[in-house]
Design a protein around this ligand. Structure first.
Ligand SMILES: [Zn+2]
Length: 366
């Protein structure tokens, strides 16, 4: 999904991608090491960063492998200069599973770190803070970096894995919805403390604190949306009273339908009521500027809109509906006939009802 990424390969159903900024980052590392210590230093620094990021990918595959055990697929993982981003299809809703998935990443780094320490013999405690010490062997520095990664990722705040660990532990005691708010608040308090400490000498800490603070807020919002939609099916949330446009309809008829209804998305259907495309209000307005009444409306529709089944859980579709370029999704029956439309607006209404009455049961007969 991320733009400007190069696919390196695919492992067990997960595509490994490298973002273009990571390659620029590597080039910058090599260049600055070269200008300080010549080609040997450039090679050493670049090799170190590459190996470090191999460990970061293995960390992500820790999460991915654990998630797969619970039936959660991960289509891709993208490597950025700030780390790896694994796009898990969803988060496990069971706190025990969430805990395992969150811990699996840092556990990988811990194991790598310990294995590497065993390889170099031993590491003096003083050396743990000397990751940039050039006298230390490459393996030694890699071992320290992995231990650092394990500890750093366990900081109990979103978006670090520690945030998920904290969320899972709190959820085991108080349940999902309240756990998100509590975990986010702890994360934000921690960010605040971190930033305060940073004011006395470490500007980098202030930067990390601001990042953690914003991420914690965003995560809280996203999790709240997911939780509001737990137990809600597509059939509960979909719009069932809508006007479809025939594939034969012309632009004039599309404009008439736009004026006659409050609808913003018009599914275009064939003679068997099977959806072939979607025409949004924007699409119609754009077409009207340059085309006449008699032009076929289907010429301006979006094709390739996904269809979902009424029984599917709505929470799994949030990301897809949030895509700003996307419109709604069709809801089809077993025969492929359209029976509803799932729109952002409908999703918003479900969330508003859940916000007003958290225990409201959606039980629509579609
Ligand atoms: Zn992680």
């Amino acid at each position: 999904m991320m733009r400007w990424s190069i696919t390196m390969g695919s492992f067990a159903g997960t595509a490994v991608k490298i973002h273009i900024t990571f390659i620029l980052f590597l080039a910058w590392i090599a260049f600055s090491a070269w200008s300080r210590g010549g080609p040997a230093a450039a090679l050493d620094s670049t090799l170190f960063i590459v190996l470090l990021f191999v460990c970061v990918v293995l960390h992500e595959f820790g999460h991915i492998t654990a998630a797969r055990r619970y039936g959660i697929a991960t289509p891709e993982v993208t490597l950025l200069p700030i780390g790896g981003v694994a796009s898990l299809q969803r988060l496990p809703s069971d706190p025990a599973q969430e805990l395992v998935v969150a811990l699996a990443g840092p556990a990988v780094n811990l194991v790598i770190g310990l294995v590497l320490i065993a390889l170099v013999g031993s590491i003096h405690p003083d050396e743990l803070t000397q990751i940039d010490n050039p006298n230390l062997s490459l393996v030694g520095r890699l071992a320290i970096a992995n231990l650092f990664l394990a500890v750093f990722n366990l900081i109990p705040a979103f978006p670090m894995d520690g945030g998920r660990v904290l969320h899972a532990l709190v959820a085991m005691r108080v349940g999902g919805p309240r756990a998100t708010a509590i975990a986010a608040r702890i994360g934000q308090a921690l960010a605040f403390g971190l930033g305060f400490l940073g004011l006395f000498g470490n500007p980098l800490l202030v930067f990390i604190a601001i990042f953690v603070y914003i991420a914690a807020a965003a995560e809280a919002q996203m999790s709240a949306a997911h939780e509001a939609l737990i137990g809600v099916s597509v059939g509960d949330a979909m719009e069932t009273r809508f006007t479809p446009l025939s594939i034969e309809a012309n632009l004039g008829q599309a404009v008439d339908a736009l004026l006659a209804t409050a609808q913003q998305e018009f599914p275009v259907v064939d003679a068997f009521m099977k959806p072939v495309g979607l025409l949004t209000r924007e699409d119609i307005l754009k077409a009207v500027r340059e085309h006449g009444r008699e032009d076929p409306a289907a010429r301006f529709m979006r094709s390739g809109v996904e269809s979902v089944r009424a029984a599917a859980p709505v929470a799994s579709l949030i990301e897809r509906l949030q895509d700003p370029k996307g419109a709604g999704l069709y809801v089809t029956d077993a025969a492929g006939k359209i029976i509803g439309l799932l729109t952002r607006q409908a999703l918003g209404e479900v969330m508003m009802i859940r916000a007003a009455r958290p225990d409201w049961r959606f039980d629509r007969k579609a």
